[in-house]
Design a protein around this ligand. Sequence first.
Ligand SMILES: [Zn+2]
Length: 373
Amino acid sequence: MTEGQTLLLILILVYLSDCLIWVKQESVAFVSTWGGRWRLTVPPSWLGNSNGGILFLNPMPPAGRIFLSHLSPISVSPSGICAYNLQTLPSEARPPAQTGQFLSFNKINTAATEGVYLLLNNEKFAKCATPRQAKMLAQLVRELVKASTSKRERIVRTWMQKQFAVDDAALRLEEGKTIIEPVQELNLILFLFLFVFTPTLTILFDLMSLIIPVAVVMVILAVLTGIMFYRAHKQLFPSEGAERFENLIKMILCPPVSIRAADVLSRNLLADYSPVVLAKLSGEQQFVRAFVLDLRHPLKHEISDETAEQTMRWAVDEQLNICLGRHLKPEDLEAPAVREKDSISYCPRCRCQYVVSEADCPDCPGVTLVAFR
Ligand SMILES: [Zn+2]
């Protein structure tokens, strides 16, 4: 292998490593692999641990076809907050970092953040999926602490309603697409230059003799992408200065990274919305149904504190109320329409049918089977 080919191989490997994305246990990814409709995409189990898994995105351009949504690491009710969320995603596991600690609002003096951590009274209370989520929760807690007891319920409800606003999410998506598009175009040009044009040149000439002009063009394109990315990011995420700066530096120091700039812009574009909203927008009806059934029949948990449990229940019940009318048909909550041979009961959560009754569903710990009438 010539020096030029080795260099090219390194560039390709750097680029491919940037197509890997870590999806946390409490996050869900919707990806449009070949353009078109985005689908729920789960990392393969062998590429992960209890905290999450690695997803390999299609390396072919354009980037910017991944959207993430994250469950809240805490439950909020008008009486206080609990560092536990009863919800689970298709992985059916909760992140190990959830402690179940409960704090009523009159015991909270300060709410701040440190990276992805939500700090209450200057101590780490919960680990969030992103610094943005941590900031948003800290702000909500500050607002609730300041508010009078009678106003808290309305504030929590409004905050929840916003996460389920499908129309707002659709608007944000449209607005985001327009802002991200120029970055995607530049990403495509750099991709073609590095992985089509330059390899073709190496067939005709020795790359080492062209290394300076190739490097100059590559850096110019990377800097241009960096500037476009910076502007787009500022428009979409005005308060995320640290993320913007960190990614800009990476792009300029390592130009192949800038080919995936649109991923950084798209992945958290809809992260303020509930996973069910993203599923709704992408037409993943099965996910929508599973999400609502999970709210209605949460899996067993280990929290014994009664006030903590009340807050956790209040939070899921409230979200269930928002979802029921909008995202679920009444027949989804009734017994399965087709009864399998010999079955006498079914699981109201996963809808499997069983020949035994009076037991918990083997797949859904804590969910009791329901007998057919
Ligand atoms: Zn089940």
